[in-house]
Ligand binder design. Structure first.
Ligand SMILES: CC(C)(COP(=O)(O)OP(=O)(O)OC[C@H]1O[C@@H](n2cnc3c(N)ncnc32)[C@H](O)[C@@H]1OP(=O)(O)O)[C@@H](O)C(=O)NCCC(=O)NCCS
Length: 170
């Protein structure tokens, strides 16, 4: 796994760019996704996020991916690792957000694992965190599948979150 376009067993992972805006906008406009992502989002929000994701790649050399199924080309979602600020501290987080039609296939875990491998093997990171609102059982389940452990509570985007972490070679 190296930074840039990557593949896993079932996914093609592309560095986020404006090419992915339509897919991201459709996903973030879905009420099922909005239920755990701060509400349904409009296209302007999706465009702002897309520009931020692309800038992370430009600044850091890695960032979130847009994921597509290798077998039929369908858009799966957004995920991977990126720098982010958590309560004022720079951390590298691993994250996932899938279109509902692709839930229940293990794709979030597959993308998350690809992000962790990139972090350990190519970027030499020592720790990667993930955080979510405490009621987001599906996201917590992904963290457990990736062998992440509870670290602490935190406030992010003015909302209570739980922070999980995993260290290299643990
Ligand atoms: C959080 C989210 C990404 C989890 O998606 P998910 O599909 O449940 O998670 P995974 O990709 O790890 O898939 C796991 C499920 O696929 C099943 N699965 C099927 N085939 C599989 C395979 N080949 N490999 C692994 N798991 C497989 C697992 O059994 C598991 O099912 P279960 O939940 O019934 O136990 C999804 O609910 C989502 O996008 N939510 C909205 C956005 C969001 O909240 N993001 C997180 C913000 S912090």
């Amino acid at each position: 796994m190296s930074a840039g376009v990557a593949t896993t067993e079932r996914l093609r992972l592309e560095p986020f760019s404006l090419d992915h805006l339509d897919d991201l906008a459709a996903m973030l406009a879905d009420p099922l996704v909005g239920a755990t992502m701060g509400g349904v989002r409009d296209r302007a929000y999706a465009e702002e996020r897309t520009r931020i994701h692309a800038q992370r790649w430009a600044d850091d050399g890695f960032g979130l991916w847009a994921a597509y199924r290798i077998d039929d080309g369908a858009f799966v979602g957004r995920g991977g690792i990126q720098h982010t600020l958590l309560e004022g501290t720079d951390v590298v987080e691993v994250g996932w957000c899938l279109v509902p039609a692709q839930w229940g296939n293990g794709f979030a875990t597959e993308m998350g694992r690809a992000g962790l491998e990139l972090g350990w093997n190519d970027l030499g990171l020592d720790e990667i965190v993930a955080f979510t609102q405490p009621f987001n059982a599906a996201s917590l389940a992904v963290m457990h599948r990736l062998r992440m452990s509870y670290l602490r509570d935190a406030v992010h985007a003015d909302l209570p979150h739980v922070v999980y972490s995993v260290r290299r070679a643990s």
